[in-house]
Each structure stands twice: as C-alpha cells, then as structure tokens.
Ligand binder design. Structure first.
Ligand code: GLU
Length: 359
C-alpha cells in the first residue's frame, strides 16, 4: 500500500499533488500518477513508471492548470509495473486512485462484461463498478457507497468526475485516509506528512466511512449514507516525527512494522481459497516451477542476510533444490556457470543497489 493525495482549492493542483507525493516517497513505490480537472471541467492525466522525478518530466511537457486533482504512488499488487497499470485509473466518467487490494475483483469483473478494461489492476474493476452505478443517474457519493459495499478487501480511494466538478469523494477500509481542512482548500492524503505546510487541522476518516470534499467543506457518511458529525483534530509534530510514526528511529519503526509489512506483502499474493499463490514477478509456469533444481539468491547487505534466511527455509521445505546465496558485489565479477532449471531471486530493498542491478 502506497500513497494517495488529493487537492481542491485555489492553488495549481498539480504542484500540491507532486509535492504531496514526494512527501510520501519514503514509503517506497514503483510508479506514480496524477489526474486533475481544469477550469473548463476537462480532465487531464499523467502517469509514469519509476520515481516522482519521472512523473515531473511528463507533467512538465503538458502542465495541468486545474485546481482540483488526485495523485498516487503505486506499489503494484495486481498487474505489472507499467504506465497503463499506474493510477489514476479512468473508466467512463470516473477518475480514481486506490491503495489496497480488492480481493474479489475477479467476481466483480465477471459482472462487468461490457467494460473494456485497459489495465490488469484490481483498482480499475472498482472504478468501473462506480462508473456503472454513476451512469444510472445516482450522485457520485451514492455511486461510490454502493460500489464499495460490494468490495471484499482493503481500500483507500479518492474519486472525481467532470460531471460533478468541485468535489472529491474519498472512502476507506483498512487503508488510511486523512482530510486536511485548510482556508478555502482541502488536501487529502494517506499520510499526515503530505498535509504539513498546508494545514494542521484534519479529519481522520474511519473504516467504513466515506466523505464528500469540496474546497470549503467536508461531509462524512457511513456506507448507508447516514450523515455523521465530523471531528477535526490537530496534527502534532514535524515532518520527521510524523514519518517516524511515533517511534524514535526509522529502524525501530521498521522493526515494529514487520508483522504488518509481511501481512500487506503477502495478502495480495496468497490465494487461501484455492491453496495457491499469485507470483506475478517470475512469470513461471507450474511445470517450470516443478522442474527447478537450483535457486540463486543475489543481494547486498541486509538483502543478502534476508536471502540467507530464505535459503534455510527453502532447504527445509524443498529438499531436492540447491539454494545458493551470493553477494552481488562479488557475483557481478565472477564467471559462473548456471545449470539448466535455475532461477535467480534478485533482492534489493531500494530497487537501486548498483551491484545488484548489475547482476
Ligand atoms: N492493488 C492496486 C494495484 O495493484 C493498488 C496497489 C497500491 O496500494 O499501491 O494497482
């Protein structure tokens, strides 16, 4: 789960969105995008694989002038890391970003036979479901509520439509969403660090709630569309403190978050119903997996140690496979021979370790 930002106000939305996305970079991500609505109610979208700096280059070619928009950093769970799979997603009259996993996306997709899906994501299925409800003449808020009620899984979403300009509808279940209330502007984010510098007054959305946000108002509802009273809280602390989530050090935070991180990483990939896994990355057939005889795990530093631990598990669980763990900075200069039926697992936390990339 990565990051969401949204903005409605007088500032140029693209600047606030890109700024917010940069604040969320510390959480890690593989691609990013923004969508805005200009003052003639025309939507514009820009997406790119890689760092926010790449997205900035795309946006610089065609600057977006609108004052309302949504942005996203993606950590792919469904569908590869491509521009088409990056958020925001656009279906019909809906523009949407999503953090989390729609576990029943296949069932929902089967009900949306007339939709031509452009991406491989679970997110686009939810966007299509909202669009279908919206097309029946309901308000955007009602269309979102009706759609998310059918979802099994986790979501933090931000949605806009040119048919209801001036508002962003957000909803959450198991994925954080905070609505910053400024003077004549509203900033939405999945993490308080993106709101700092704009406002310290915020509405923390609870699971099973949705909100309709405009530049000067936030209305919160439950999924039965009962209007709820809103409590504005003050965000305490500076940027570094917020990003450290109350811990003294990032290291401590990462240690304490291990259980949640493991859970998040695995939840989109394990299929408990069928007792199997979705392993999007290696793209191996079941036969290729069964034929495997040799696994090489490549990494540096902590990634290397993690590889060592994994190799001990693998040796215990799959005894007829040889597992070898190598240090990338050595391996890249060796003249090794890889026997047939070998797979290499290349591990890098940042995705940028030069020796590992060279391997
Ligand atoms: N499941 C969505 C996707 O793969 C969202 C992932 C995220 O939380 O960044 O596109």
């Amino acid at each position: 789960m990565c990051g969401i930002v949204g903005y409605i106000g007088k500032k140029t939305a693209q600047d606030v969105l890109l700024n917010g996305l940069k604040r969320l970079e510390y959480r890690g991500y593989d691609s990013a995008g923004i969508a805005t609505l200009d003052d003639k109610e025309q939507p514009h979208i820009a997406r790119s694989v890689g760092k926010i700096a790449e997205l900035e280059k795309v946006v610089a070619k065609e600057p977006q002038t609108g004052h309302l928009g949504i942005g996203h950093t993606r950590w792919a769970t469904h569908g590869g890391v491509t521009e088409t799979n990056a958020h925001p997603h656009h279906v019909g009259n809906i523009w949407m970003v999503h953090n989390g996993i729609i576990e029943n996306y296949k069932e929902l997709k089967a009900e949306l036979k007339d939709v031509e899906f452009k991406s491989d994501t679970d997110t686009e299925v939810l966007a299509a479901l909202i669009d279908k409800n919206f097309a029946k003449g309901t308000s955007l808020k009602d269309a979102v509520a009706k759609a998310v009620k059918k979802v099994r899984g986790t979501y933090g979403i931000a949605v806009f439509s040119p048919l209801e300009p001036g508002k962003i509808v957000v909803a959450r279940l198991g994925s954080p969403l905070i609505i910053g209330v400024g003077k004549g502007e509203t900033i939405i984010a999945s993490d308080a660090s993106a709101l700092l510098g704009y406002t310290r007054e915020a509405v923390y959305l609870n699971d099973g709630e949705l909100a309709v946000c405009s530049d000067d108002n936030v209305d919160v509802y439950n999924l039965n569309l009962k209007h709820l009273s809103t409590n504005t809280e003050t965000i305490e602390g500076d940027l570094a403190q917020i990003q450290k989530g109350g811990y003294d050090h990032f290291l401590l935070k990462e240690i304490m978050e291990q259980a949640t991180t493991l859970h998040n990483t695995l939840s989109g990939r394990i299929d408990p119903k069928n007792g199997t896994m979705h392993l999007g990355g290696p793209n191996l057939t079941t036969k290729e997996m069964k034929d495997l005889r040799h696994i090489v795990i490549v990494g540096c530093g902590t990634a290397y140690y993690a590889g060592l631990l994994a190799s001990y598990y693998m040796e215990q669980l799959i005894p007829d496979i040889t597992t070898e763990v190598v240090i990338a900075s050595e391996y890249r200069y060796r003249s090794f021979h890889l026997p047939e039926h070998t797979v290499a697992l290349i591990v890098s936390q940042s995705g940028e370790t030069a020796d590992t990339l060279a391997c």
